[in-house]
Design a protein around this ligand. Structure first.
Ligand SMILES: CC(C)(COP(=O)(O)OP(=O)(O)OC[C@H]1O[C@@H](n2cnc3c(N)ncnc32)[C@H](O)[C@@H]1OP(=O)(O)O)[C@@H](O)C(=O)NCCC(=O)NCCS
Length: 431
């Protein structure tokens, strides 16, 4: 085999909008609006000449029917050179990770040296569908020439056909929502309500502390919300600094009202927001005299059977990412695990530490390793900060890089679970 030089991929910097509960600050904005805001500011803050950017890869889970290739629209709407093609990726909650690793592959192959990646989501702006009967009648009416023909197309429409059909956060294979799947995991793994609430409280307390101490100042921009420009959003609005275990314990289970343990308090909330990172080859960064905040050392995607434990994907991706990075779990100093649900994070940690799971499901003789839930997500996670599906991956990559810089640790780990049983693990390094 001939030796081939592979450029190292540097994370120059990352940025996100403050995340907001859906229907609040960004209620009238689309994912595209949010994506444009963050990408424009990222380019401005990084000080690079926009003509250096060769590609933009963007994640989005619930695309707009009017602008399905959000990446291209972001380019056209931010004054980036129009010669950049731009492409959109969808991998459920791992979409921004996919955007980043796809961008990283372009750089590693030598096809580009400067790429923007990230993602956006607006759960305030989900497409509301008509029923099939009503949609068929609309199409049929549009083909009729006379007014009576047009009206006749609706003759078989009943009131129930007029009910809007909003997309559910459910698996099309199993029919279960994410929340129901997380309930199943909590039950099968014996994750108690108390353990979930304790983890959720930690998420809120740490996010509140990180915000108050200014830890997010390099990674969260200020949004002056268009079109009125009279609402200035500087921080995430889902963090509850005053959250208590007693308050969390009072909440009713949502997905299994009788026997369930998952509540609005220990689940990630429906959120609007956008994020982006600027990636370069190490040489390009050196040539421009820019110090990166981190490097992408390895990544791996995997998937598990959605009929088993849907949100355990990261457990299957992790051993491969560690092997590719040539590091052990115990070498990792900064760990960020996406918190879809407290029950999911605690289940992932349980399986990562289980020899039985390693032998039965991973083809390994020993467990991957131990993770103490108290040592992860030191600035809070998706439960407290929110989870705009398409944007979360780039938020986490940015936070890990900034934490590596702050703590002086060499290796960082990102894990994200996603619909379909998919999981991603990424190993980042400081220098
Ligand atoms: C769980 C879920 C249904 C809750 O939605 P919601 O009912 O609109 O949530 P709310 O923010 O209104 O919270 C419900 C209640 O819990 C309370 N609450 C939420 N978090 C709390 C906390 N940390 N402490 C105390 N109370 C809390 C709210 O104040 C509210 O109380 P109220 O009814 O008295 O006003 C929704 O967030 C959801 O679907 N999340 C999962 C999303 C998902 O599946 N993502 C995919 C993951 S990959």
């Amino acid at each position: 085999m001939t030796w081939q030089y592979v450029p190292r991929v540097a994370v120059i910097r990352g940025l996100r909008t403050p995340f907001a509960k859906s229907g609040t600050h960004y209620a009238h904005l689309s994912a595209l609006d949010l994506g444009k805001l963050v990408v424009a500011e990222l380019v401005q803050r990084s000080g690079i000449d926009p003509s250096e950017v060769q590609e933009l890869v963007y994640g989005n889970v619930i695309p707009s029917v009017k602008a399905p290739n959000i990446a291209r629209e972001v380019i056209l709407g931010t004054g980036l050179p129009r010669k950049i093609p731009g492409y959109t990726v969808g991998k459920a909650c791992a979409s921004a990770n996919q955007a980043i690793t796809s961008a990283s592959d372009l750089i590693a192959r030598g096809y580009a040296d400067t790429v923007i990646a990230g993602g956006a989501e607006s759960l305030s702006d989900v497409p509301i569908l008509f029923s099939k009967n009503f949609a068929d009648a609309l199409v049929s009416a549009s083909k009729q020439k006379s007014m009576s023909g047009k009206l006749g197309a609706f003759s078989k429409i009943r009131p129930k056909d007029l009910a809007p059909d909003a997309p559910a956060i459910a698996e099309s294979t199993t029919g279960l929502t994410m929340g129901e799947s997380a309930e199943k995991m909590a039950k099968e793994n014996g994750i108690t309500r108390e353990a979930q609430d304790k983890f959720a409280l930690q998420s809120h307390q740490r996010a509140a502390e990180a915000t108050a101490s200014g830890r997010f100042k390099d990674e969260v921009m200020t949004v002056v919300v268009p079109p009125g420009f009279d609402n200035v959003v500087e921080t995430d609005n889902l963090i509850r600094a005053d959250s208590t275990l007693e308050g969390l314990a009072k909440l009713r289970p949502v997905f299994d009202r009788k026997y369930g343990t998952i509540t609005a308090g220990n689940a990630s909330p429906l959120t609007d927001g956008a994020s982006a990172v600027l990636l370069m080859s190490e040489e390009k960064a050196k040539a421009l005299g820019i110090k990166p905040i981190g490097f992408i050392r390895s990544y791996a995607y995997a998937a598990t059977d959605p009929f088993d434990q849907l949100l355990q994907g990261p457990v299957f991706a992790l051993p491969t990412a560690l092997e590719r990075a040539k590091v052990k779990l115990e070498d990792i100093g900064v760990i960020e695990m996406h918190e879809a649900f407290a029950a999911q994070v605690l289940s992932n940690i349980q399986w990562i530490g289980s020899r039985k799971i390693a032998q039965e499901k991973l083809g390994r003789s020993e467990a991957i390793g131990e993770i103490d839930p108290e040592t992860i997500n030191r600035t809070g996670g998706s439960i407290a900060l929110g989870h705009p599906f398409g944007a979360t991956g780039a938020r986490i990559v940015t936070t890990v890089c900034n934490e590596l810089q702050r703590t002086g640790q060499q290796y960082g780990l990102v894990t994200v679970c996603a619909a379909g049983g998919i999981g991603v693990a990424m190993v980042l390094e400081r220098e």
